[in-house]
Structure formats: C-alpha cells, structure tokens
Design a protein around this ligand. Sequence first.
Ligand code: C2E
Ligand code: CA
Ligand code: CA
Length: 513
Amino acid sequence: MPFFSTTPRPARPLRLIAPWLAAALPLLAGLGILYWQAERDLAASAHDTAEQALAQFELMLDNVADSANALLPLAGQPCADATLALREQVTRRPFVRSTNLALDDHLYCSSLFGEFSEPINPGDYVGGHLWLMDGNPVTPGQALLVYRAFNDEQTALATLDGYHLANALRMIGREQSVLLKVGDNWLSPDGLVHDDTLPTFGVAPTQLASQRYPLSVSTGYPAGETWRWIASQYAPLLGLLVLLAVAAGTLCHWLLKRAQSPRAELARALEANEFIPYYQPVVRSLTGRWSGAEVLMRWQHPREGLVRPDLFIPFAEHSGQIVAMTRHLMHQVAEDLRPHAEHFDDDFHLGINITAEHCQDLALLDDCRDFLQGFPPGRVTLVLELTERELIRPTPVTHQLFAALHNLGVMIAIDDFGTGHSSLAYLREFKVDYLKIDQSFVATIGKDALSGHIVDSIIELSGKLGLGIVAEGVEEPVQRDYLTERRVEFLQGYLFGKPLPLDEFIDALRATS
Ligand code: C2E
Ligand code: CA
Ligand code: CA
C-alpha cells in the first residue's frame, strides 16, 4: 500500500521476475519453433544435396562403367590389337581417364603404356567393381576411382579421375561438406582420399547409398549451423520475436504495476471487507448520556494493521472510490448496530461522514433509506456529516437529494465548522441541521483568546439560525465546562470516549445506561 506506507516494502521476487518471464516465454517458444523449422530446413537441404551428389556420381560412373563393359570382350586379345579401342574409349568418354585390360587377374594392356604387366587384386574392389585409390604410379597422390568389369577370367578397367569427383563435391556442397565413400575409403572435397573413420556432422547428418554402385554420399553441417541458419534466414522473424518479447515484458510490468496501484489496492480491500467502522460516542453536555455516535472508517489492512482514515480517504475521494466505500460502510454499520438498538436512547444520532461527490448521486437517498430500515422507527436519526472544507455544488440533483433526505428525516451536519468558507446562504440552501465546531478551536479554549472568540461566534450563529451544535475534540474538563456553560448541547472527544470497535463500543454504551 505504497501511498501511505512510510517504510519501503521489501521487493517481491515475483514482481521483479514476472516481466522477465513474460518476455522470455514468447522468446523461448518462438526460438524453439524457429530452431525446429531450421533443423527441418537443414535436414531437407542436406538430403537434397546428397541426392544431387549421388545422381552426379552415378552419371559419371555410368560413363566409366559403359566404357569398361564395352572393352570387356577384348580382354584376352593381344594388346597391340586392343590398344586403339582402349584409347578410343579414353578419347570419347568425358570422364574416362585411362582404360586397361586384364586376363586371369593380370593387367597386360593399358591405354597409356600399351603393353604392361601388373597383378590385380579383386579384393581391392568394393562389391567387385569399385576401388577408390590414392593415385597410381603415373599420378601418385591424385585420387582415382577405378571401375572393374569382369567376366570369368576377363577383366576391363576404366578409371575416373578424382579431379572430377572432388570438383563435383565442391560444386554441390557449397554450403555444406559432401563426402564420397567407397568401402573403407572416402574422398573429401580437397581431392584427398582417406581411409580413417568418416567424420560425423553435428547438424543434419545424412548418408545416402547408391542402389546401382557400391558407394555412398555423406553430408551434413557443422555444429552450431542451426543458429547461423536462423540468423541468416529468419532475421526479420527474429527481430519480430524480440519486439514481441519486449512488448510482453512491458505489458506484464504495466499490468503488475496497475494491480499494485493504490486504486487497485483500495478495490481489493473493499472486496475483502477491510474497511470497518469504529464508533465514537457523542454525549449530551447536560446529562453526560450518550446521545449518539460518529462512525469513523478504519482500514484493517492485512499487513499494515489498522490504518487511519486521513491516510487513505483523500485518495479514495480523488479516485472516485469513496462513494462505494461509504455505501459499504453504511451497510456494515446497520448490520453491526441493529441487534443492539434496544440499548440506544430514543432518537440516537448516528453520524456518517459523506463527501461532496456523494451529494451529486441520487443513490445516496436509497443508501440512507436502506440504512434506516434496519432500525425500529424513531430509534435512530441518521446525520450526514459534510466537511466545510469541501463545499457542495448546488445543482438540481443536490437540491432534489437534500429535499428528499429531509423528508426521510435524515439530518445534515457541517463538519469542521470554522475551517472553511460556508456562508449563511449556503447553510440555508442546504437546510443544515447541525454545526460541528472543529476540534482545533475547542483545543484552544482557555488558552487562546481569539479562538475562544470564534467558538463563541459559532455558538451565537447557530443559535440565531436555530441549528444544533456539536463540539468535537473535547479532551479536557475545562473545555467541557466552557462549552456546557454556553449551552453547546452535544460534545464529542476523548474525554468521553475514543473511537472504538463495535464490541467495545457496545460494552461501553451498556455501562453508561
Ligand atoms: P472528522 O470527521 O472530523 O472526525 C473526527 C476526527 O477527530 C476523528 O479522526 C476522531 O478520531 C478524532 N477525534 C475525536 N475526538 C478527538 C479528541 O478528543 N482529540 C483528538 N485529537 N482527536 C479526536 P479520525 O477517525 O482519524 O478521522 C479523521 C477524518 O477522516 C475524519 O475527520 C473524517 O474527515 C475522515 N473520515 C473518517 N471516516 C470517514 C468516512 O467514513 N468517510 C469520509 N468521507 N471521511 C471519513
Ligand atoms: Ca465527522
Ligand atoms: Ca471534524
């Protein structure tokens, strides 16, 4: 309750954290969705790339395999007869670099050297057909892919230059790494052949095997690629997400602030029945008997304890909540006092403080009628106390209201009289019944000659206008005696009783009767 609390309240962790949570929630949810979408994009892209690479390698190998298959029937013929055919294949086929013939696993004729002699190990060829090798004696260190066509003892070999393969790996895998794997060997885009374990990809690892040749293509992205992808592909969405998060955090902060506003706090307190009536007796100066009581509002606050009205009434007036609070208070008073009405003297005056704003509302009439209906006829007189500091605007509504109130038997008292600017015309216009001399004048009785003079003037004025008079803030016998001597009929103050909660008030009332 910040508007009257003097000590700062401890910061509540929830209040501090909630806006951050509200901001983080859409941000995290949005990032989660973007991450999921980016992973799908990358997986689809990796799959496309692998398919593209595989198609390309199959196309190249078709070229090379066709060449080997075309030469296979020549295996066994003398090399001199076959050399032309071998060289023709190299010339005609774009991907064929060299061709060779072998018989009984012995290479005897080469497109490059003609007659040649070298053993062949069929075990080198994956699936009997493909060997990814790290160069040969002619071009050591330069990758080669050899296709082997064979038929019983006949063998034809056609070689594909690793340059074409590495080039394809680089062209197709511009945004990711693409590797070609044949058996235990694999080729990287830099054209090198490796025989160690194939590297694994952190994001969207994909491996596609050919249905036609014993090779596979492996691709994927390095770890962290998903975030890079989000940043590059979804930059506008990311911006929007940040904006959304800031908006959600701000909204949450604003709502929390609004919920803790004095207005919200008063509304909550009203709902929770925290505004309760205290009762202060008003006594007859001549007999000392309790002639009535003033109802004074208190706020029974769950943390702050009992709060004085001057700390919250001004705000309630300012925020327009005072009317509802007064209505609630009147209900409560009627319920409180109804069971004890038998202890009241006849014509027991119950004073309720009303603000000027309430006097522009015809519903006040119903509030007063409801209030009085709770008591036996003639037992209670309702007095509306209107402070002199807040003058009532004379409007058709107020005139109608005051006339109806008087018909109902409700009386009007001008509170804090002497501190405001009400004129005689004003007192007549609203058919005032009582003046309450402000306690600041009563406090100076016997001490300050000027104030004493004001008290005397008010008493004289009320006599001339035929108004009843109540003196507030009577604390000392000397004040009581002074006022009694001057025929002030009603007295109120700590000398007779402080504002009390219902039970104590009723006990004290019983004790006096
Ligand atoms: P008020 O209507 O002038 O009420 C009298 C104030 O003087 C009360 O203060 C009361 O406790 C105090 N008082 C009574 N006798 C003595 C005394 O002998 N000595 C001293 N020093 N004080 C005495 P409280 O209850 O704190 O109320 C303060 C003001 O708050 C009231 O002044 C009234 O203007 C306002 N108020 C209280 N309840 C309501 C309410 O239900 N509605 C509205 N609109 N205003 C209220
Ligand atoms: Ca009052
Ligand atoms: Ca007063």
